[in-house]
Design a protein around this ligand. Structure first.
Ligand code: XIL
Length: 677
């Protein structure tokens, strides 16, 4: 099964990672073990499958090398989009997140510019371009590492990764390109579904990208949420990139998924000052519009046509629309954001947008959506605008509160005032984009999110959902801006750093935040270990979260603590937990604590089963089983157990008659204490 691809050799950079044939199904690889599907070092003196995108020239070179003897030189470029390109069609599985890394350097004597990594995909001959790594400064003086991740979400017949440079003519070198993925463990199927827990109160949604309806993400989405909001696919730049040319393929895929899975859809968004293509605000001669009666008429006609086409395309399939987004600026005396829309039309763009949306979708709920609506000055300006427009007959049915908040701000009291402010209007309210950043200012960045911060976050989720439940007579839906911490806009906003704002972690496992919403009595039962990795030049981390008690057992934390502290020290302690069990199968979890004063590295834990259990899949370690005897060795990233530190791994297994827990364990040959849970 495992073999090295011809011309694709693991380098020292990739030591410890598994290199396998790309055609192998990701599901056959162990969860949490990175798998390299492409590694191009050029050290065999060939281009290793890399080609030019046009007439530029790519060739192996010994002029400079990031490692080994060769790089790939690119000369003769005549346009920014030209550069070295590699077909990854037969290496890429839909719905799998791949990490890309490549080193880039300009040829000697070239002036500094920027480079980026993109993917070109074609479906039925129509190309689309996805950015993998954003523009990064490159020079002739040293190597720059461009890193990013990419998930293919559509069926394609052509797929290439390529490096391009802003300078149209710069010659450059690339080296040590790699593309890898880390298989995810299964989602937890035996924990309560968020949507069921809150069914009496409101629908619960998540904002999604197309990749998130696939594989494990799709399973997680279907299990916990009964509404989705396309995160970008219905915005103007996605639906009408050039005038009169509409693209609905991505949003259609999400809407179809929702239909097939009994999920609602929130349409986001028809009018916004961002992600609106430049053509919308250019006059017939191609100049930027200024505020004239002609330009006002033209831009309102475009708005009318856009809403007619987009809302009309979905009809009853999208029963809720964020018609306008972020139109308030509390720092203006009149409270109105000075967007291009406002500059050209005053309040008329709002009037037109709601009127046309109502005309095209008479039964849809029409929402005015904004952020920081808890801030009293902004809240009041929004309130005043809603009152004014409704008095004119503008059909605003609901107020959307985005609720992008953080672990400290805002208070529950202030948030409650936000909800009660609008109550006298008898208008529906929706929480449309909630997430809770672990950061409270732009200078913070945690390689590993501290446990206290994640616990604080869990209590914040508890408190905010308690508040929403108290006011559920006013709130029809609560949507989170994202599904799990592996996909959050906060990784690049307001600064680039890894954030962890949602209910599920980067491996799609339930966090304490999840328990904050579902069962606050269980906050703190989740242990988290984190593997630092580097992405886009900054340190980010993959968080491993496990809940240490079974979903049906309520463990008294005090009792456990008393037992632990009253026992004499042991060199190692093992807690073996059956997380869930069904006929013939079970999910288990083992936590090992190092009771010595020295780090243990590497580690190997053994036990034997007395009732014929067989482990079928394990994550957070590498297992072998010989008859009854099981050995679990560390994964590449958790090879050291610090003094008093722990490691946790999980697994799936089968059982026949009884699922008896093992009673004896050894760690590197030394007997451990078995804690029975
Ligand atoms: C964000 C998306 O999640 C990102 O992928 C995109 O790059 C920028 O927009 N408020 C909104 C959303 O109303 O549309 C924004 O979504 C997040 C802030």
């Amino acid at each position: 099964m495992r073999r090295v691809l011809a011309g694709v050799l693991a380098t020292s950079v990739l030591a410890g990672l598994v290199t396998i044939a790309a055609q192998a199904s990701p599901r056959t690889a162990a969860a949490d073990e990175p798998v390299v599907v492409v590694s191009s070092t050029f050290d065999d003196g060939t281009t290793q499958g890399w080609t030019a995108r046009a007439s530029e020239v790519v060739a192996p070179s010994t002029a400079v090398a990031h490692s080994g003897t060769h790089s790939l030189a690119v000369t003769g470029r005549t346009a920014g989009w030209q550069g070295p390109s590699l077909s990854i069609l037969d290496k890429t599985q839909k719905g799998v997140r791949y990490e890309f890394s490549v080193w880039v350097r300009l040829a000697a004597g070239q002036t500094g510019t920027s480079a980026k990594v993109s993917v070109e995909r074609r479906t039925a001959g129509t190309p689309s371009y996805d950015q993998v790594v954003s523009s990064t400064a490159v020079t002739a003086d040293g190597w720059a590492n461009l890193k990013g991740s990419y998930t293919l979400a559509a069926d394609v017949d052509f797929l290439t990764a390529y490096v391009e440079a802003a300078s149209e003519t710069a010659s450059l070198h690339i080296d040590d390109f790699s593309m890898s993925y880390t298989p995810l463990p299964p989602i937890q199927t035996h924990i309560p579904s968020v949507k069921d827990v809150l069914a009496d109160h409101f629908t619960v949604g998540a904002a999604v990208e197309n990749a998130q309806i696939l594989n494990n993400h799709g399973q997680l989405l279907a299990k916990h949420f009964n509404s989705i909001t396309p995160g970008n696919q219905l915005k103007w730049d996605a639906t009408e990139p050039t005038e009169g040319t509409f693209r609905f393929a991505d949003a259609d895929a999400l809407v179809n998924w929702a239909k097939a899975n009994g999920s609602a859809v929130r349409g986001h968004t028809l009018v916004w000052h961002q992600q609106t293509p430049a053509w919308v605000f250019k006059d017939a001669a191609g100049n930027d519009m200024t505020a004239t009666p002609e330009n006002k008429a033209l831009v309102l006609a475009r708005l009318d046509a856009h809403i007619r086409a987009v809302v009309g395309h979905y009809g009853a399939d999208i029963p809720v629309w964020d018609v306008v987004n972020e139109v308030i600026d509390e720092n203006q005396a009149d409270g109105l954001r000075r967007s291009k829309w406002f500059e050209l039309t005053g309040l008329d763009y709002l009037r037109t947008a709601f009127r046309v949306a109502r005309e095209v979708a008479p039964n849809a709920q029409l929402v005015i959506n904004d952020y920081n609506t808890n801030v009293p000055s902004k809240r009041d300006k929004l309130y005043d605008l809603v009152v004014k427009l409704r008095a004119e007959g503008v059909p605003i049915d609901a107020v959307g509160h985005q609720m992008h908040i953080n672990v400290q701000w805002p208070s529950v009291t202030e948030t409650e005032a936000m909800l009660t402010k609008f109550a006298p209007l008898g208008i529906d309210q929706q929480i449309t984009e909630m997430d809770i950043s672990i950061y409270t200012d732009n200078s913070q960045s945690y390689p590993t999110p501290p446990r206290e911060v994640l616990l604080t976050q869990a209590y914040r989720y508890r408190d905010m959902f308690e508040l929403y439940k108290r006011h559920s007579d006013k709130i029809s839906s609560v949507t989170l801006w994202g599904l799990a911490d592996d996909g959050t806009w906060l990784d690049s906003f307001p600064v680039t750093r890894k954030d962890h704002p949602l209910l599920f972690d980067t491996r799609l496992q339930a966090k304490d935040a999840y328990w904050g919403v579902v069962d606050p009595s269980r906050i703190g039962e989740t242990t988290t270990t984190t593997t630092p990795t580097t992405t886009s030049g900054s340190t980010t981390s993959t968080t491993t979260t496990t809940t240490t008690s079974s979903s049906t057992t309520t463990t008294s934390k005090t009792a456990t603590l008393t037992t632990t502290t009253s026992l004499p020290p042991a060199p190692c302690t093992v807690v073996y937990t059956v997380v869930s069990e069904w006929q013939g199968g079970f999910q288990g979890e083992v936590r090992v604590t190092n009771g010595t004063a020295n780090a243990i590295s590497p580690w190997s834990l053994t036990w034997s089963y007395s009732a014929g259990q067989q482990i079928t899949q394990l994550w957070g370690g590498v297992h072998t089983q010989d008859g009854a005897n099981v050995t679990v060795r560390n994964a590449s990233w958790n090879g050291t157990i610090a003094p008093a530190g722990t490691v946790t791994f999980g697994f799936l297994g089968t059982w026949a008659d009884r699922n008896v827990k093992p009673i004896a364990y050894t760690l590197n040959g030394v007997s451990c204490r078995a804690m029975i849970r």
